[in-house]
Design a protein around this ligand. Structure first.
Ligand SMILES: Cc1cc2nc3c(=O)[nH]c(=O)nc-3n(C[C@H](O)[C@H](O)[C@H](O)COP(=O)(O)OP(=O)(O)OC[C@H]3O[C@@H](n4cnc5c(N)ncnc54)[C@H](O)[C@@H]3O)c2cc1C
Length: 380
């Protein structure tokens, strides 16, 4: 048996030399990867650390950027600024890295209730909805076997991002130049020093947590009102619909390839795991069959589940820890990461590097609770 002194340290064989970077990014989903991209575009040095799981929210997502959502057909928060920034970011990644990931789309929204139709009429009379909503289409015009007894309308200005291949492209880019570390950051390994943050042999000006739903367990930020929600999606074979439009009624349906669609999703609050469930699978399948009865009996060829990093007020969490000003949080993108993250990476780095104040709606200060003398929150 070893005494304490003879036990090998887990870091014993690591090089002693400390490397310095501007940013250490914890988490390589869409949030961390796009933060890394923006840092690269600004000429900052960075490392991004993620064990590269087979599933996370970004890999399960349909990748839809939807400007008008919900039963009340409400414009997404700040969409007039978010949408062009998202398009520009994804197109720039395509230009520089190669590949095609972003597509302009429309949504065919099949009307479910007479109340929804009234909402459409109301929004059509509001000038700021004019560029997003199309004319009412009569029942029967949706085609392809969709059930549309109350008609439908188009939502314009929609986008679709193929997230997994784009993230893979960024990961290969950053692995090949040594910027991506395939590992998990254990919080107890993080040292807060007066001028830097130290993690193993890396010293960083700032360490930014982009941990998705795992942010709820973060010792510095986990007390913020996160509200994680599990979502499940399925892929069904035997349906051929065009890539444009994406169809939405009680579920959304996207063409993945000739003869295959992806459809979802479910909302399960306070999840305790990321496993797929038979209830989730059935709920999504039933939703599809109600929208398109001829889907009944077609095979489900894939089924995925992941946890959305939602927050109680449905707005993201951006900011630096009030006491440890070199620890930051970039998280809470809920069900709209594809739309929100590109503009907010820019905004966050402007805040970090240029002292630009954060927009109050995304600033963690809106939800911060007082701390004790160790810098840890006093939980209610
Ligand atoms: C079913 C479903 C459908 C969705 N559809 C859409 C959609 O159509 N449009 C849209 O905009 N959004 C959609 N979303 C939401 C979208 O997926 C999220 O907003 C977004 O992907 C969040 O990205 P993230 O990087 O914050 O989190 P994640 O993608 O979950 O990534 C977090 C990463 O952090 C890593 N990590 C955590 N802790 C550590 C640590 N200690 N050390 C190292 N790494 C760590 C994890 O390994 C993970 O890779 C959907 C989500 C789900 C579940």
């Amino acid at each position: 048996m070893h005494s304490d002194q003879t036990q090998p340290s887990p870091f014993q064989n690591r090089p002693e030399k400390t490397e310095h970077v501007n940013l250490l990014i914890v988490g390589g989903g869409l949030a961390g990867s796009l933060l890394a991209w923006n840092a690269e575009m600004r000429g900052l040095s960075f490392r991004i650390v993620d064990p590269v799981p087979s599933m996370n929210a970004s890999l399960a997502a349909a990748g839809v950027l939807n400007p008008v959502t919900g039963k009340r057909l409400v414009k997404s928060w700040n969409v007039d600024a978010l949408l062009p920034a998202a398009r520009a970011t994804y197109r720039r990644i395509e230009q520089i890295c190669g590949g095609k990931y972003y597509f302009d789309r429309e949504i065919l929204r099949i009307i479910q209730t007479s109340e929804e139709r009234r909402q459409w009429e109301k929004r059509m009379s509001q000038p700021d909805y004019a560029s997003f909503l199309g004319e009412l289409l009569p029942p029967g015009s949706a085609g392809y076997g969709w059930v549309d007894p109350l008609g439908s309308f188009r939502i314009k200005g929609v986008g679709n991002l193929l997230i997994p291949p784009m993230l893979e492209t960024l990961r290969v880019r950053y692995k090949s130049n040594g910027s991506w570390i395939v590992d998990l950051v254990r919080h107890e390994e993080i040292r807060i020093l007066p001028d830097t943050i130290q993690w193993r042999n890396l010293a960083a000006d700032y360490l930014i947590f982009c941990e998705g739903h795992a942010g709820k367990q973060n010792p510095w930020f986990g007390h913020l009102p996160f509200n994680p929600a599990k979502g499940e999606v399925i892929e069904v074979e035997g349906i051929s619909i065009p890539a444009n439009p994406i169809v939405h009624k009680q579920k959304w349906v996207l063409s993945l390839a000739e003869n295959r669609v992806i459809t979802g999703s479910t909302w399960g609050w306070n999840p305790d795991n990321e496993e797929t469930t038979s209830q989730g699978r059935t709920a999504v399948y039933r939703g599809l069959c109600e929208m398109m009865p001829k889907a009944e009996g077609l095979p489900i060829v894939a089924h995925r589940a992941a946890i959305r990093p939602c927050t109680k007020d449905r707005q993201p969490f951006l900011g630096l820890h009030p006491k440890h000003r070199r620890l930051g949080l970039f998280n809470g993108f809920g069900s709209k990461g594809v739309l929100l993250i590109p503009l907010l990476t820019n905004h966050f780095l402007d805040h970090l590097l240029g002292g630009i104040p954060l927009i109050p709606e995304v600033d963690i200060n809106r939800a911060w609770v007082p701390e004790n003398s160790d810098g840890l929150p006093i939980l209610p």
